[in-house]
Design a protein around this ligand. Structure first.
Ligand SMILES: [Fe+2]
Ligand SMILES: [Fe+2]
Length: 282
């Protein structure tokens, strides 16, 4: 587990960066999530770090890397989302402002236990998304533009890499016995699924409606058909992944590794990782 410092170039990014443009727009809707949830996650983890016994040196070290990784993730998604605004999707701005306010409210009004359970819920979803981007979505990513594809694969590979951190922090600080800790973890997971799932669907609909507003009826029909294909692939393993995470024996450490994710990260470091010095100068 390590922090990597990519510098993607989104200056020529197309909103429809995958052959199935409805899939691209659904991924673009999802890109709003890390831009706002990950800065919140950093704040939750920094609060938690102060409460973790200093003798737990391994967890402190992992938290430090986790924080560095998440900082890079949200930075890249913010740049990506800004390019979407520049491409004419200004309609995202008020949606983003409202989404950002939700996390400020969570920090101001919710308990640390809730914020940790919600964070772990999000992290178990993002480790699952790694499997999607390395296995299930291969057919959707064939002939897709490299920058957004690599942004998502790098991000989600690191999500898989740091999948145990929020879980360890939650179990360290929940203050609950194992049975209650299990049910409260489920509560955080369900909360994250409903909150983030609804948000992504709402944003996807706005983007697709925007695109379809300039299409002919025949093009709209084709768009609906492509979207149906994308949704089928995107939702293919939702139930089985959901049930695995709901198990009382769920342990992020022993999750099956997505095919090729390690090799991808090694290759990524050689091609995209500019190192922290370059990052600071950028
Ligand atoms: Fe992330
Ligand atoms: Fe993460």
């Amino acid at each position: 587990m390590k922090a990597r410092f990519p510098k993607f170039d989104f200056s020529s990014l197309r909103a429809h960066w995958a052959p199935n443009q409805e899939f691209a727009q659904r991924a673009n809707a999802a890109s709003l999530i890390p831009a706002y949830i990950e800065p919140y996650l950093l704040k939750v983890m920094m609060q938690a770090k102060k409460r973790i016994d200093p003798s737990k040196t391994a967890l402190h070290r992992e938290l430090d890397i986790f924080i560095k990784q998440e900082m890079q993730h949200c930075r890249q998604h913010i740049a990506f989302n800004k390019r979407m605004h520049d491409l004419g999707y200004e309609l995202l701005k008020p949606v983003e402002a409202e989404f950002e306010a939700t996390f400020a409210r969570f920090l101001a009004t919710k308990s640390l236990r809730f914020n940790l359970a919600y964070s772990e819920g999000f992290e178990s979803l993002s480790a699952t998304a790694c499997v999607l981007y390395f296995e299930d979505y291969n057919e959707l990513l064939e002939h897709a533009d490299p920058e957004p594809t690599n942004m998502w694969r790098w991000h989600l590979a690191e999500e898989f890499e740091h999948r145990t951190v929020c879980s360890d922090v939650y179990h360290e600080l929940s203050g609950l016995n194992p049975v209650f800790a299990y049910f409260y973890r489920l509560y955080g997971y369900f909360y994250a699924i409903v909150h983030l799932g609804r948000f992504q669907l709402m944003v996807s609909k706005k983007l697709l409606d925007h695109d379809r507003s300039t299409m002919t009826p025949a093009q709209v029909k084709q768009s609906v058909a492509r979207d149906k294909v994308a949704r089928k692939i995107m939702g293919r393993h939702f139930i089985s992944n959901f049930l695995k995470i709901c198990s009382p024996f769920y342990n992020p450490l022993t999750r099956r590794e997505p095919k090729g994710y390690r090799e991808y990260l090694t290759a990524f470091e050689a091609r995209y990782d500019r190192g922290p010095a370059t990052d600071l100068a950028a």
